[in-house]
Design a protein around this ligand. Sequence first.
Ligand code: DAH
Length: 345
Amino acid sequence: MEQLLQQIQDIQNEITAVQATSHEEVEQFRIKYLGTKGLVKQIMGEMKQVPNEKKKEFGQILNAFKLHAEAKLEVLQAGLGDEAEEDNGTDYSMPGDPTPVGTRHPLNLVRNQMVSIFKRLGFAVAEGPEIEDDWHNFGAMNLPLDHPARDMQDTFYVKEGTETESAWLLRTHTSSVQARVMETQKPPIRVICPGRVYRNETISARAHCFFHQVEGLYIDENVSFADLKQTLYFFVQEMFGKDVKVRFRPSYFPFTEPSAEMDISCQICAGKGCNICKHTGWVEILGSGMVHPKVLENFGIDPEKYTGFAFGMGVERIAQLKYQVNDLRLYSQNDLRFLQQFKSV
Ligand code: DAH
């Protein structure tokens, strides 16, 4: 008994002193002390010889001895800079956890499709700032100073104007990008301008304080209203299919003359009449017209030589007809249950 205790003490001291600098050495330690034929097992086997009344005390000593060896093994493994190299329960051949890749926002899907249709007709993409000065948003677009759209009700002003300084505002339409393009480019001009616009509206299912538009501008010699109609007809056929019907209604915009709004046959009820088309069978999707001579003159473009057409349409309206989403608020609530339904156009 005395001898056995001494032996245990010696082995424990030996274990304490062991050092290892490689995986092989750690493995040798494990085999020598903790392997199936290792010293710890051997000593455990000696339990048989221990008289019954000493078994409990001896058992505790043996247990501490084993823990000491196991703890040392862990220290040696940690010293090599990695956790248990041997089987730690991880199966490295298992496939990893799936990483969700996300989906495109429905408005971006629709915008991308709109852009790609117009690109095929030779339109380039132009962008402009969302914070604009009064001139680019209103003045250059022939909105006289007393035009109701300048009213504080509709426009978010960032900074009020003074006698000498321009007002700054959140653009109310992407027509402001027309101004930016005409300022920097000479005809022929053929651009579309997708972007976000802002209006001071109470948020409801049908209105929001920001939404998205795609503006179009085409200026060259001999551009006619027929070109405008054909371009927009091509667009809606690509967007909604060959069966779509269109109609133009005379309208008024300060920056175009003549002006027209375009309706398409309701894509929800196929023209039969529903809530979306207010039982008329038609849905308005855009405003358009021939660029007003004053607008051309504002940018030094000779209206005797050049003519052009312009249009502006709401991305939300197109998305609504494509996806039958009735509540505009869904587009900006970032509810994944809504967004994940849109995998592709
Ligand atoms: N800017 C107009 C709006 O926000 C839309 C529009 C109408 C744009 C006619 C145009 C246009 O370029 O010619 O309601």
